[in-house]
Design a protein around this ligand. Structure first.
Ligand SMILES: Cc1cc2nc3c(=O)[nH]c(=O)nc-3n(C[C@H](O)[C@H](O)[C@H](O)COP(=O)(O)O)c2cc1C
Length: 353
């Protein structure tokens, strides 16, 4: 059932305007539970997960909280194979494989490391019946979306332009997440031409608020109470925060990732397609410096991720973050060790307590 603007937090029973961004590979049930119990909304990132993992996460969350939570999926189209681009990209990466003495000959591309939202994911949603389902890269087909809504889920999706927000409203989305270009991780853009129109959160939020009637959530570069207050003043009903949660004790990270985050400032982040085939914001490292300029040769999203998998595995063992992605946004700052619950507290206006 669609919700009125101004009703998002009350419909979800949230005591804080903080939504913990789904972060594939980093935010697991422990974080989701902590955020929900602190009065925010935790969202589990299911895009790279098997159906068994999705069911297992749901069981873990439900056994420890009765609060509403969300599940996030990607809604990208199945990748188009491009043998020429794949071969060229493989050759481009070969010197790194040789340097690290990795056997990358047998990397197979046909299996996509991240499935788009399809029948299996939809059936899982129907069984699990989460209160919120959020999508990145647009919405799934209309019949799948209808089934998600029939299962009782509120549908949220990222928009990176006003045009995308209007499109989401017209296609059945309940809540629009305005994702500014400060945001860490993948840009959620999905309409042709949007890529060149990316803008910052505090330009995008009021423009989307003025253009549609749905509740709007602000995402990108928000990491302290000033950012939260600014987003709410611009008309957002909640904020979706990713990067700041990466430094929480509940975040799951390979060794070296946290160090790279703690050593970097927002000035060190760059946008690149080189890791996955789609633009994403990461901490600059040797890989982005050396391969950022060859982005047009990257294999299609998400197949390119298969090709960097050996580099990521090596980084996990060595603790080095020179050649593997450190997804993070411009709002990155040296957060001390903090729990997700404490972070929700810090991001909640005092007058809400
Ligand atoms: C490490 C990382 C992983 C992310 N993974 C996902 C994801 O799986 N699904 C998704 O919808 N958004 C993902 N995002 C983007 C967030 O939803 C959100 O737009 C972003 O974190 C907000 O900006 P911030 O990082 O500056 O707070 C990810 C962001 C980061 C930093």
């Amino acid at each position: 059932m669609a919700i009125e603007r101004g009703q998002l937090l009350s419909v979800l029973g949230m005591a804080s305007p903080v939504i913990q961004a789904p972060m594939a590979g980093f935010a697991f049930p422990d974080m989701v539970i902590a955020v929900c119990e602190a009065g925010g909304l935790g969202i589990v990132a299911a895009a790279p997960h098997s159906m068994e993992e999705i069911e297992r996460d749901n069981g873990a969350i439900r056994s420890r909280t009765n609060r509403p939570f969300g599940i996030n999926f990607f809604s990208h189209a199945a990748p188009v194979r491009d043998a020429v681009a794949e071969r060229a990209w493989r050759q481009r990466l070969q010197p790194y494989f040789e340097e690290l003495q990795l056997d990358a000959e047998d990397i197979a591309l046909p299996t996509s490391p991240v499935e788009g939202f399809g029948e299996a994911q939809c059936s899982a949603v129907e069984r699990i019946r989460p209160r919120v389902v959020s999508f990145h890269f647009g919405l799934p087909d209309a019949d799948l979306l209808m089934r998600v809504k029939k299962a009782g889920a509120l549908v949220m999706a990222s928009a990176t332009t006003v045009t995308e927000a209007v499109w989401l409203e017209a296609h059945g989305c309940d809540v629009v997440i305005a994702q500014g270009m400060e945001a860490g991780g993948h840009r959620g853009h999905f309409l042709a031409g949007s890529e060149s129109r990316q803008r910052g959160t505090f330009t995008l939020v009021p423009q989307i608020v003025d253009a549609i009637r749905l509740p709007v959530v602000a995402a990108g570069g928000i990491g302290d109470i000033r950012g939260v207050r600014a987003a709410l003043a611009l008309g957002a009903e909640a904020v979706q925060v990713g990067t700041a949660f990466l430094c929480c004790t509940e975040a799951s990270m390979r060794p070296g990732y946290l160090r790279a985050l703690q050593q970097s400032t927002g000035e060190d982040t760059v946008m690149t397609s080189a890791f996955s085939g789609r633009p994403a914001r990461v901490v600059a490292n040797r890989f982005t410096r050396e391969l950022g300029m060859h982005e047009n040769e990257v294999a299609n999203f998400p197949l390119a991720m298969n090709l960097i998998a050996p580099l990521v595995r090596d980084a996990a063992q060595s603790g080095s973050s020179d050649l593997a992605p450190v997804w993070a946004g411009q709002g990155i700052r040296p957060y001390g060790p903090i729990t997700a619950s404490q972070l929700v507290g810090r991001l909640t206006p005092v007058e809400w307590a």
